[in-house]
Design a protein around this ligand. Structure first.
Ligand SMILES: [Zn+2]
Ligand SMILES: [Zn+2]
Length: 423
């Protein structure tokens, strides 16, 4: 009874969410990949998942005992609600007063959105553990590589090799997110998808998995996934110039430059929605920039070239690699303080360290943080290998359960030991 009340009482929130999303006119975006990424970014921020990183999510899974459950087992609405509430309560313990989440509203919104995203005829009021893991791991903050490592831990065997049938399930779960923002016509699941990404007979290790999932171009059905992460890192980047279509100055997000019309610049809104002016035409080649610099050489590694084409021509959907944003991706870096605040609170606290420094000239600082991040990733890789080894010998000795060295616990282990250590 209580579960029913909970669903009914908060379904209005979901309708409001969907209505609010429609007021943003994301459907006017010509490119399916950007459209999907923008819609999911909207949902992510509305339910405050952008303030939680993958480690917080894994921690909550463990606290609520999800790591010990079979991926196909189902959770009741009440238990999902408890999980989500615990996520937001622990977020509020870490978050500064100005960034506190409304636990009731956020968990109700997210709960209803997830239930709708994963609803089938015969699972009303229940949701699979694996669906929750994929949804939260995809929509929380953090680096795509960390998230994919976690996903791999969930879909690989005890020898560290990808299980194709589990990868297939992952694709179903992750593409349900695109469908939940009405993008299934562009990105939908099919049985043929998994074998088109990995050869069913090959032995796929974590590195093969990451190489393929983060390659350029990556799997066409998931092209929106790295883009979602790039959106998050550029949305606070300000370009000190004017959009030639809408005349807006100092716009944020991506910047586009026509390769045919001299000095012709567009903001992301205008480019995505096909606004033009003067002699510029939609079939001109443009380049995308995620930073601004008067110095030509700096943007070199960041800009991506593609032609602007409608997404109807499927092969021409612009695709981007998840390459490290060398100069400006300050959003998810562990701050150089003893606080374990790698939770996406960069806007308020962390970025203030860079105030007055001039973002264009902060490259040396960003560079040292970048190498700190490289160290972090080396640590993750080393610990993952070490713990996987331990996990294998534990299996060998038949003691996996007793030691609870499940994939979740592997991640938890190096989270506790290393990731939260100050750098
Ligand atoms: Zn514009
Ligand atoms: Zn042009």
């Amino acid at each position: 009874m209580q579960e029913q009340e909970s669903i009914t009482g908060s379904s209005d929130h979901r309708i409001t969410l969907v209505h609010e999303m429609s007021t943003h006119n994301f459907d006017l975006i010509r490119f399916a990949s950007y459209r999907t990424a923008m819609k999911l970014r909207f949902i992510q921020k509305k339910v405050n998942l952008h303030a939680l990183d993958i480690w917080n999510v894994i921690e909550a899974f463990r606290e609520q005992g999800l790591h010990a459950l079979e991926p196909n087992s189902e959770l009741s609405v009440a238990r999902l609600e408890t999980l989500l509430c615990s996520l937001y309560h622990s977020l509020n313990k870490r978050a500064p007063p100005t960034q506190q989440a409304h636990v009731d509203i956020c968990s109700s919104l997210l709960l209803n959105w997830l239930l709708t995203a994963y609803a089938t005829v015969d699972n009303v009021g229940k949701i699979r553990v694996f669906s929750i893991k994929v949804a939260l791991a995809t929509l929380c903050a953090g680096k795509l590589m960390d998230k994919l490592r976690y996903i791999f831990s969930q879909i690989s065997d005890s020898n560290g090799l990808l299980l194709m049938w589990r990868f297939n399930e992952y694709l179903q779960e992750v593409l349900a997110l695109a469908a939940a923002v009405y993008e299934s016509p562009s990105f939908s699941y099919a049985d043929t998808l998994a074998p088109s990404i990995f050869n069913s007979n090959a032995k796929i290790t974590v590195n093969d998995f990451l190489d393929t999932m983060m390659s350029d171009p990556g799997p066409p059905s998931l092209v929106w996934l790295p883009l979602l992460h790039r959106l998050a890192s550029v949305e606070n980047v300000i370009h000190p110039c004017q959009c030639d279509a809408c005349q807006r100055e100092n716009f944020s997000g991506f910047r586009y430059r026509c390769q045919k019309c001299p000095h012709y610049t567009l903001c992301q809104d205008c480019f995505w929605k096909g606004h033009t002016s003067g002699s510029h035409a939609l079939d001109h080649t443009v380049k995308e920039y995620s930073s601004f610099s008067p110095n030509k050489t700096i943007g070199q590694s960041l800009r991506k070239s593609f032609r602007c084409v409608p997404d109807k021509q499927k092969n021409n959907i612009p695709r981007f690699p998840e390459q490290p944003e060398k100069t400006l991706d300050l959003s998810h870096i562990v701050p150089p303080s003893p606080l374990p605040s790698h939770n996406g609170f960069s806007d308020g606290n962390f970025l203030s360290h860079f105030d007055g420094m001039g973002s264009l000239d902060s490259r040396s600082t960003a560079k040292s943080l970048d190498s700190a991040r490289d160290d972090e990733h080396r640590l993750i890789a080393r610990y993952a290998a070490k713990l996987a080894q331990e996990s294998r010998s534990a299996i060998h000795h038949g003691s996996l359960r007793q030691k609870s060295l499940s994939p979740d616990s592997l991640f938890q282990s190096f989270h506790c030991e290393d990731i939260s250590a100050p750098i």
